[in-house]
Design a protein around this ligand. Structure first.
Ligand code: NDP
Length: 278
């Protein structure tokens, strides 16, 4: 039986810590303000955006909503971002991804001022992370480090295998685990013999976006399994990249979906907003 890593509980603790900091800042006359930009009305994006706004309300961060139509031009979006960059009373800017096809996401990310880039996607922040300098870190991998630390799991000296090499999860995850003195392998769709690689992992981070892909045979006895995936199963139910029922009896610790990594992402966004204000 694996220890269940409770992301809901841990994210709640982090949000309460953030709330206390936001109150302290308020006492010093500083308000924390996050601008949330959504383009179009994609239902999944709307759910994410609403959850982020709800978390802001809970911790006392003021969120400003900018809802733009699907047809907005790249120029219009970029000029809004520039306007928000210049606003002294806005600490953080979040542009919900994905954006419609006619908009160049990279260009939008690069336009956000690195000091307000609370998602940690700007190349300056990514660069800072890779050379171990202070900067905003992508929220999902930052949340995973918190999950591990706050669950008493040692990273130092551990074989850490990440499956997935995206800019927002896999790559920053690798940098953070290296910083924590883990021995890190990043695997992906071109990895030969994935099972052999994942079976080396003391800590396995699954981030590929394939429902219940990782069964017990991918996992070493006693491994810590972090499931980043957010997918729908054949019945439309939310599930991870890990086949929980198959892996849980073999793992030493595991994150559930929902209630694992997901809530941590938002908690870390709140943390980044406070840092931006500080
Ligand atoms: P991407 O689609 O950007 O990247 C997926 C990665 O997985 C790629 O590197 C790809 O390899 C690799 N991959 C795909 N299939 C396989 C396979 N069969 N074997 C090995 N590697 C494979 O996804 P994201 O990183 O954005 O997201 C991953 C998952 O995490 C998704 O389910 C997403 O919804 C979820 N997610 C959850 C968050 C949360 O808050 N809980 C936040 C962000 C994402 P290659 O590079 O070779 O194509």
């Amino acid at each position: 039986m694996a220890m269940i890593i409770d992301g809901k509980k841990i994210s709640g603790e982090i949000k309460d810590e953030v709330k206390a900091k936001v109150e302290q800042l308020k006492e010093q006359g500083k308000e924390v303000v996050l601008a949330v930009v959504q383009v179009g009305t994609d239902p999944a994006s709307t759910v994410y955006v609403n959850n982020k706004k709800k978390a802001c309300a809970y911790v006392g961060i003021r969120s400003l909503s900018y809802e733009l139509p699907e047809t907005v031009s790249q120029e219009e979006l970029l000029s809004l971002v520039q306007e928000l960059n210049e606003k002294k009373d806005v600490n953080g800017i979040l542009v919900q991804l994905p954006l419609p096809r006619h908009i160049d996401e990279d260009k939008v990310i690069m336009t956000i001022s690195p000091e307000k880039d609370v998602d940690g996607f700007h190349p300056q922040n990514v660069g800072n992370l890779s050379i171990g300098r202070k900067g905003f870190v992508s929220c999902t991998p930052a949340g995973i480090i918190q999950l591990l630390k706050r669950s008493g799991i040692t990273i130092e000296g551990k074989e850490c295998v990440i499956v997935g090499r995206s800019n927002i999860v896999g790559k920053p995850m690798a940098m953070l685990l290296i910083q924590e003195n883990g021995t890190v392998t990043v695997s992906h769709s071109r990895t030969k013999d994935l099972k052999e690689v994942t079976n080396r992992a003391d800590i396995l981070v699954a981030a590929i976006g394939k429902a219940k892909f990782f069964t017990a045979e991918y996992v070493k006895e006693g491994a810590v399994v972090i499931d980043v995936g957010m997918n729908r199963d054949e019945n439309g139910k939310l599930c991870g990249d890990v086949d929980f029922d198959s892996v849980e009896p073999k793992a030493g610790a595991i994150t559930p979906v929902p209630g694992g990594v997901g809530p941590m992402t938002i908690a870390m966004l709140m943390t980044n907003c406070v840092e931006a204000a500080e």
